[in-house]
Design a protein around this ligand. Structure first.
Ligand code: B12
Length: 468
């Protein structure tokens, strides 16, 4: 006997409760949901989601009626009501570690009300753990979904958009790189390898469509915090470094850079929405000094007057580069300094040294660019001595901000494979609360206590410096 499946649902398929069927002219083809709800946590940073903006632009360029639902400033009930009201054929929900529970809970609620709507997920965590999403979703798109997902949506909608068609489309998985579906009858996985787009494909993509976001609220958040407003932009994808703890599920190791013409067109669009600054979200902005210099020179020559923040490595930063970054509008750089012990940096495969970090941070201290250092304490294989060395070292550097976390072994990393998780599915919502989610040789209470006291010491020094 063939069991009814989540795709067929014969028991609930009636004229009355089949939203798309009763009204063939469904209002919207695709609803894209970003399942992050602003919690007002002090460490929260708000950026409108770029992946969703990218997908919305491509879907619309293919003629698909697309609505974006950004949960950031909303309540669950409003999100559900907006989604249901759109009567979509497909709902696509983004997911990453800290948002996966939200994504699944929303999917379950939407499923109840719109049983015939196709539910699809994508983003970093579904890329790594597609199986985890299949109980609540009909399918997952792994990796860079900007080509496969819109193609799939178009084919699905054109084929009348009924769940049974999913399997007709799934017969040709190679047409949709990164697709991951489970066959409803025999449970076999229908999948294809995700592909990594080349620079030409990336440059041919339409500009991310930012028209769906509540820009005033995003801007107010940053104005209150920094005095100017930041919007995210990606100029390059991928990072060739291989840090043991780093997860690069979507864009991988292969560095691809966007053409500066496209980048500047997007910066002007961002400025047009009222932003006065950029959060350059590249995995590492300083990877190719020639590219970053060309970007800075153009920022200066185009007189866009946009301030920007970025992430950088400590190596390959010269004093003249720092001066150029400052002239081009750079106001803050985040560095993954990680540890004050070279042995631990080696263990992490960080490929930098404390001496390089010291040189670069001191150089930045001569400029008007602020620096923030991220550190990790309690790394598997380090010792209480190296932890204390890291605290002492962090306090000795002329940094403007510091942040300590315990390691979070992200799925898909070599660190994840090296540790024993405490639970099979650790609760990742607490990523900023320094909870150890794996069996550690270190005492969590000790780490928390020391982190708090180092923050107090750091803040006291800063307060004294501000007074003098
Ligand atoms: C900017 C950024 C942030 C910003 C906010 C991002 C935002 N609002 O979008 C800030 C700084 C706040 C942030 C915080 C965190 N982040 Co973050 N972040 C990034 C970063 C650097 C860029 C994201 C981005 O814009 N990418 C560009 C777009 C185009 O790519 P994309 O979103 O992946 O979208 C593509 C695909 O995923 C897919 N896709 C996306 N959405 C959908 C939806 C559907 C339906 C489908 C089918 C496909 C699909 O198609 C898109 C186009 O190809 C990524 C790393 C990276 N290089 O992507 C990490 C990353 C996403 N962050 C990560 C993490 C862990 C965090 C934190 C948990 C870190 C922490 N310890 O605090 C927090 C969580 C914050 C929270 N709010 O819950 C991890 C996620 C790992 C995982 N396995 O899930 C990443 C991958 C970084 C890493 N190397 O570890 N982050």
């Amino acid at each position: 006997m063939t069991m009814p499946t989540q795709f067929e649902r014969p028991e609930i398929l009636t004229e009355e409760n089949h939203p798309n069927h009763t009204d063939p002219a469904a209002a919207v083809d695709v609803v894209l949901v970003y399942p992050y709800f602003y919690t007002h946590a002090p460490q929260a940073m708000l950026f409108h989601p770029l992946g969703i903006a990218q997908l919305a632009a491509v879907l619309r360029s293919r003629g698909l009626r697309t609505q974006v639902v950004d949960c950031t400033f909303d309540q669950t009930k409003d999100v559900i009501s907006k989604t249901v009201h759109a009567r979509p054929r497909i709902v696509g929900i983004y997911a990453m570690l800290s948002m996966s529970e939200n994504a699944m809970a929303l999917a379950r609620e939407i499923r109840q009300i719109l049983p015939q709507t196709l539910l699809v997920s994508g983003g970093p965590l579904p890329t790594l753990k597609p199986d985890r999403f299949l109980p609540d979703f009909d399918g997952v798109f792994c990796g860079e979904a900007h080509a496969a997902f819109p193609d799939f949506c178009r084919d699905y909608v054109e084929s009348d958009g009924q769940p049974k068609d999913l399997f007709r489309l799934g017969k040709y998985p190679e047409k949709y790189p990164g697709i991951y579906l489970k066959h409803p009858h025999n449970g076999a996985v229908i999948r294809s390898m995700p592909c990594s787009s080349d620079e030409k494909t990336i440059n041919d993509l339409p500009m991310p469509d930012r028209s769906d976001y509540d820009h005033l609220q995003y801007q107010q958040f940053w104005l209150d915090r920094e005095g100017f407003s930041l919007a995210g932009i990606m100029m390059s994808y991928g990072c060739p470094f291989d840090c043991e703890f780093c997860s690069k599920p979507v864009f991988g190791n292969h560095l691809r850079q966007r053409g500066l013409d496209q980048v500047f067109e997007e910066i002007k669009d961002i400025k047009g929405w009222g932003y006065t600054g950029l959060w350059i979200a590249d995995d590492c902005f300083s990877l190719d000094p020639a590219y970053t210099r060309a970007f800075c020179r153009r920022m200066i020559s185009e007189k866009l007057d946009m301030k920007w923040f970025c992430l950088s490595r400590v190596d390959r930063m010269t004093s003249s580069d720092i001066a150029l970054w400052q002239d081009a509008g750079c106001r803050k750089v985040f560095f993954g300094l990680e540890s004050g012990s070279n042995d631990v940096l080696k263990l992490m495969n960080k490929k930098t040294t404390t001496a390089e970090a010291e040189k670069t941070i001191h150089r930045f201290a001569q400029s008007d660019i602020r620096t923030a250092g991220f550190f990790m304490v309690g790394y598997p294989g380090e010792t209480y001595d190296t932890i204390e060395k890291t605290f002492k070292w962090a306090l000795s550097l002329p940094l403007d901000e510091i942040s300590f976390t315990v390691p979070y072994p992200l799925p898909g990393t070599r660190l994840y494979d090296r540790v024993t998780p405490v639970k099979e599915n650790p609760d990742w919502r607490y990523e900023n609360e320094n909870r150890l989610v794996f069996q550690s040789e270190f005492d969590e209470a000790y780490l928390k206590k020391r982190i708090d006291s180092v923050y107090k010491q750091f803040n006291a020094v800063k307060a004294r410096m501000n007074q003098s």
